[in-house]
Design a binder for this molecule. Structure first.
Ligand code: ATR
Length: 297
């Protein structure tokens, strides 16, 4: 029997070092390595966070590597967020409802899948637009893709009275309304075609763009913000550019705006905490680092 010296036994357990990853295709544009490496440096952790270019046909094999103990966990980005669902051993409630996994954690050789976009969306607004969910009567969500699913679940969690999904392809909006209505008793979820935006604008407290419109400065042709109430908040999940045409127009009308960079930063927090036992802070410094990288690209 071995006897450990008393001073060693009394030591608090150190955060376990480990290797973490982000997989996607393409992966070179991912800013997750910048975010997580900043935190690893800041907290002095002897761990790694590396990007891996993984093709769809390589996903299953990569999951075998994960299961064999090569990693403590990692992030999953396009196009693997949905296929990854079936490869996890356990799923969080949010990952199941959204139908996508963006974060995994290995526990006792089992792969646990999470979706941290709901948390990221909410934490961004909580940090940058405090009080945004007081009396959230009506929220308009533009888009009906993967990002819309996380935003709708987030708004359900904050007990929005009504969500209106407005999407170019009406059928997709209808499907989301049906899907999420089954997960709430408090929130009335409806859908409308773009042409009906003006009907819902005057009573909306919140407008969220979850479409890819805004990327590289593109604009919505069918959205006229002038019908929104002056107290409404407008937010965009697109963060390249940081000030999308939608946010610029909203700010020009005197509306409150919140950009989407904070969602990217905050969605990374739960993963880092799961892997390294440290809850990292989203600071102005981290934001400046990522903003500088966006400007460079
Ligand atoms: P993500 O997973 O990032 O949400 P996605 O699933 O491809 O991406 O969804 C993209 C969303 O942006 C969809 O709602 C799409 O509308 P359609 O369902 O009609 O395709 C929306 N979108 C993309 N380009 C658009 C455009 N030029 N005008 C309006 N909506 C657009």
């Amino acid at each position: 029997m071995s006897h450990e010296p008393a001073h060693q036994a009394d030591k608090p357990p150190a955060a376990p070092p480990g290797n973490a990853f982000v997989i996607g295709h393409p992966i070179s544009h991912s800013r997750s390595p910048l975010i997580h490496r900043h935190w690893l440096d800041q907290y002095g952790l002897d761990a790694t966070y590396k990007p891996h270019e993984i093709l769809p046909r390589e996903l299953k094999r990569f999951f075998s590597r994960i299961r064999s103990g090569a990693f403590i966990g990692g992030n999953i980005t396009l196009p693997h967020k949905e296929p990854a669902l079936a490869l996890c051993d356990q799923l969080s409630r949010e990952a199941k409802i959204i139908g996508a996994v963006n974060t995994i954690h290995v526990r006792n050789a089992e792969i646990h899948g999470f979706n941290t976009d709901v948390y990221g969306f909410l934490a961004n607004l909580d940090q940058n637009a405090p009080g945004w969910d007081d009396n959230l009567a009506s929220a308009i969500v533009l888009g009906a893709g993967g990002a819309a699913r996380a935003v709708i679940l987030a708004l359900i969690q904050r007990r929005a009275t009504k969500i209106i999904i407005v999407n170019r392809t009406e059928k997709k909006a209808a499907n989301l309304a049906t899907h999420f209505s089954a997960h709430t008793v408090n929130t009335n979820i409806i859908f409308a075609p773009p042409g009906e935006f003006n009907r819902f604008a005057p009573t909306a407290n919140l407008l969220v763009n979850t479409t890819s419109v805004g990327l590289n400065g593109t604009r919505h042709r069918w959205i006229d913000l002038s019908g929104l109430d002056r107290s409404a908040l407008v937010t965009d999940i697109v963060y390249t550019p940081l000030h999308t045409p939608l946010l610029k127009e909203a700010a020009g009308l005197g509306l409150s705006v919140c950009d989407g960079l904070g969602m990217l930063l905050h969605q990374a927090v739960p993963g880092f905490e799961l892997w390294f036992n440290v809850r990292p802070a989203v600071t102005p410094r981290l934001r400046r680092i990522i903003q500088a990288d966006i400007h460079r690209s």
